[in-house]
Design a protein around this ligand. Structure first.
Ligand SMILES: [Zn+2]
Length: 142
């Protein structure tokens, strides 16, 4: 099975060790990819564990967060991922990516600039901004 982060590598040689907790993603980009495939595979605990405590979503009670993530995983098809650029640094790194998604046949794709923070040797997702850039796709939502 090729990995759901669309790396075209086998899952076992890509994001599986991160999801299993046997390896830590070495870079923010690797963490980002493993979170994408985590969503695609419904790895709710992994998504929660790799979200920084200061992320705004952590203001939502955990049971509700868990339900929201589960619903998003179930309702979404994770059709593609492109890393557009990344800026590596410590303790902060940035990754700009385009996620190709659909929900009930409706395009839910977006471009995001994510900020990651390294905390005690682990990369965590701190926050994301959705810049107003269009990538040639027409969007009727929002
Ligand atoms: Zn992967």
């Amino acid at each position: 099975m090729s990995c759901s982060c669309h790396s075209e590598k086998p899952y076992e040689k890509c994001c599986a060790p991160y999801h299993a907790g046997t390896l830590l993603p070495p870079t923010a980009s690797a963490l980002m990819r493993s979170r994408y495939s985590g969503y695609a595979l419904g790895k709710v605990d992994y998504i929660l564990d790799t979200t920084h405590p200061d992320h705004p979503d952590n203001r939502i009670p955990i049971a509700q967060r868990r339900k929201q993530i589960e619903a998003f995983c179930q309702q979404t098809r994770f059709e593609g991922l492109e890393i557009l650029s990344s800026e590596d640094g410590e303790p902060y790194s940035y990754v700009i990516f385009r996620a190709i998604l659909s929900q009930n046949g409706v395009d839910g794709s977006f471009t995001e600039r994510s900020q990651f923070a390294k905390v005690k040797g682990r990369w965590l997702y701190l926050k994301g901004e959705r810049p107003n850039v269009s990538h040639g796709s027409t969007r009727g939502d929002e």
